[in-house]
Design a protein around this ligand. Structure first.
Ligand code: AMP
Length: 173
């Protein structure tokens, strides 16, 4: 099956970037044109029946498929970035990490009130990043149509935090 083919191109890297974390390396998947196109289709198919005005990609691996999804859905592509990267008038959202906090930023004019927004990232882990992304999109008037991820780490229960939105993940671990 397609998902099994994609799964062979996601490599587990134990103890990276620190001890106890199994890093999901999507580099082999990105390297394959066939895998990119299958993954893109699996990511968008649940969202084709509705109008998606904007695909938002979360820095930085969310930009990779994010742009391909925007092409597939004929939507605008918008970056959510870490502080200090975007020029102009910005909206910001702080969120908690295991130790400390982080912030996501977006250009305020990038999303118009009422736009239907699909939020994309490579991995759904605890859901903190994705939830902050939704708060940021809603802060500037966007409507969150749903989320999609290449990989969902089911055991971290990130889905529980996003339970009022539709979620599609290509691979589950
Ligand atoms: P979280 O906020 O816990 O859902 O973390 C999601 C963010 O961390 C995503 O942007 C992922 O790219 C990254 N991430 C978390 N866990 C992993 C992992 N095991 N392998 C690769 N990336 C990860």
């Amino acid at each position: 099956m397609n998902n099994e083919f994609i799964a062979t191109l996601v490599h587990d890297i134990p103890d990276f970037p620190k001890k106890g974390i199994v890093f999901k390396d999507i580099s082999p998947l990105l390297a394959s044109a066939k895998a990119r196109s299958i993954t893109t289709e699996l990511l968008v198919r649940d969202f084709r029946a509705q109008t998606i005005d904007v695909v938002v990609g979360i820095e930085s691996r969310g930009f990779l498929f994010g742009m391909l999804l925007a092409d597939a859905l004929q939507a605008k592509f918008v970056m959510l970035r870490k502080p200090g990267k975007l020029p102009g008038k910005l909206a910001t959202q702080e969120y908690d990490l295991e130790y400390g906090t982080d912030t996501l930023e977006v250009q305020e004019s990038a999303i118009s009130p009422g736009d239907n927004v699909l939020i994309h990232d490579d991995v759904l882990a605890t859901g903190g990043t994705a939830f902050a992304a939704a708060q940021l999109v809603e802060k500037i008037g966007g409507t969150v149509a749903g989320f999609n991820f290449v990989i969902e780490l089911d055991f971290l229960k990130g889905r529980d935090l996003l339970n009022k939105y539709p979620i599609t993940s290509v691979l589950h671990y």
